[in-house]
Design a protein around this ligand. Sequence first.
Ligand code: CMC
Length: 392
Amino acid sequence: TGCITMDQGFGNTGSCFSSITFVDGGKGILRYRGYPIEEIAEKATFVETAYLILNGELPNSDQLRVFTAALREHAFLHENLKHQFAGLPTDAPPMAILSSMLNVVACFHPEVLQVHTSGPGFDRTAALLLSKVRTIAAWAYRTANGKPFNHPNPNLSYCANFLHMMFSEPYQEYIPLPVVEKALNLFLVLHADHEQNCSTSTVRVVGSSRANLFSSVSAGVCALWGPLHGGANMAVIEMLEEIRSSGRPITDYINMAKAKNNSFRLMGFGHRVYKNFDPRSLILKKQVDDVLKALNMEDPLLDIARELEVKTLQDDYFKERNLYPNVDFYSGILLRAVGIPLNMYPVMFAIGRMPGWIANWRELHDHKQRISRPRQIYTGETTRSFVPVEQR
Ligand code: CMC
């Protein structure tokens, strides 16, 4: 059995070799396949970023054309899927719908239930997933609001098509302003991968049993849902709303987060790896400002967020523990400006993270990763003898 090393939460355990994403938490560095996040965020579309993460290189114009055409081709959902959506209660959480529908969609395309890790089989499966996840997400929103489904429009870009499926009405087509489309693109690009976080590790753990890609990412969606991970973007906005409506001073909330006699945490603060700053949060903070200005909008939650950040960073508790704003702190304000409803925020994270999950799933196969099977230290009863029910 050997000696067991305890590392709860795997803070210090390397679980794989990977050439996808590099993070240096001390220096606040994030690179996708070697490209700094700052450059990718400024210059790349989400589709280019997805290609880069999946294939290791930025696409040339022919490769981009073929990849874009595949995303276009696979955007449609089978008509029978409408019945699946129709059977759901209108208040079903979109993350529950997304996770379930990923497995359901795969049943309509049995070839994706095979494990393809290279060649046309992999390219097709990856494009199908990247494209259909966006349609499922939009239809989850339409279901929740009792609205008719919008079919994808092949003439639109990845982001514009999603916004069309979300917001077009039978009486009025939704055409996003370029600044809105750009903001959504930025959000997705910034979430595209982040090495061995909770959901990506989940995808790898599930995939290590040789489960197919769709089931593996469906498990990833469930892991992402929690408020300590992808659910944090929604929790941040709820917290900022609560601060605003309560009228209480911000320091009350900071003190509450410091107190150890409750479970309250400042949402959007802290990170397992970044102990200096999260580069994604710096990019978002600046972009949120620019987007609101371009849209001529004001968001009172942004002022509260800024004040909360300043006061928190001055506080010894947060300084000692190296707790800085993470990607989720400003991303919700960007999504509000784009018009995305609150309960869809973690779903938006999931759409963005899809390239990273797919690339990690493929890599674990390429590296022939052993099945994930951690050990434990047993703390239960020692040997006992069975007692018949009448003697208990
Ligand atoms: N507010 C108050 N205290 C905090 C916070 C916070 N947001 N985050 C960490 N701490 C304290 C924690 O109580 C602990 O204190 P002590 O050493 O006195 O017990 C110390 O800082 C270390 O925290 P930890 O929980 O051991 O750190 P972790 O690496 O296990 O957790 C985290 C990382 C992100 C889950 C955590 O910082 C957290 O809960 N943050 C709030 C939720 C959040 O914003 N999540 C999004 C994460 S980034 C993107 C993503 O993954 O989705």
